[in-house]
Design a protein around this ligand. Sequence first.
Ligand code: MN
Length: 237
Amino acid sequence: MTTRRDALKTIALTTGALTLGSRLLHAQAPTEVPAVFKLPPLGYDYDALEPFIDAETMKIHHDKHHAAYVSKLNQAIAGAPGFESKPIEEILTNLDAVPEAVRKDIRNHGGGHANHALFWQTLKKSEKGKPVGELAKAIDTAFGSFAKFQDDFGTAATKVFGSGWVWLVWKGKKLTIESTPNQDSPYSTGGRPLLGIDVWEHAYYLKYQNRRADYIKAFQSVVNWDFVSERFAKAGK
Ligand code: MN
């Protein structure tokens, strides 16, 4: 049974916690910035790509890593008045227009946001998936065959030193394979990314540890080629 003394003690503790809580909130207020950019939903369950990409990796990658890029991009964009209304792809296409004080942060975190936002959409378990329509033809023209493209893309991903991405890019009216360091975006060098593989260790280390080649091979089984083909069809050629 609760005595009056216990009840008073509870009230005192609760009041203390509330006071502390509001003080903490108050202390954080000056650094809070508007959520101009938002973390897009993954669009499917964390375990949808198992066993090729594990649920735990997907959860941390989306909910923590991508969320952190979005949060830091929002801090940076506060230092670039007028840019908060532009799509991130447009900002990345012309980084020189961004105020110098926040340019590096927007390149890194804006790139991180755009790269991951595309990445989630290009993934779907599809072990026998392949490009269709115009993209299938353009890949044959550019690389010889889809199998050759897969080899070249995988080799490029193996060769990335440190953290970065490898992309299938539409650039200068042709398809190319490009790698970018860190979170640099193909948009910043005049390309339109169609598909990218994230070879930062956070993308695969829980399941594959140092076996990046196994992750790259597994990635080929989770490309949503229908999405990528449609993206190419809309690329404005
Ligand atoms: Mn990543």
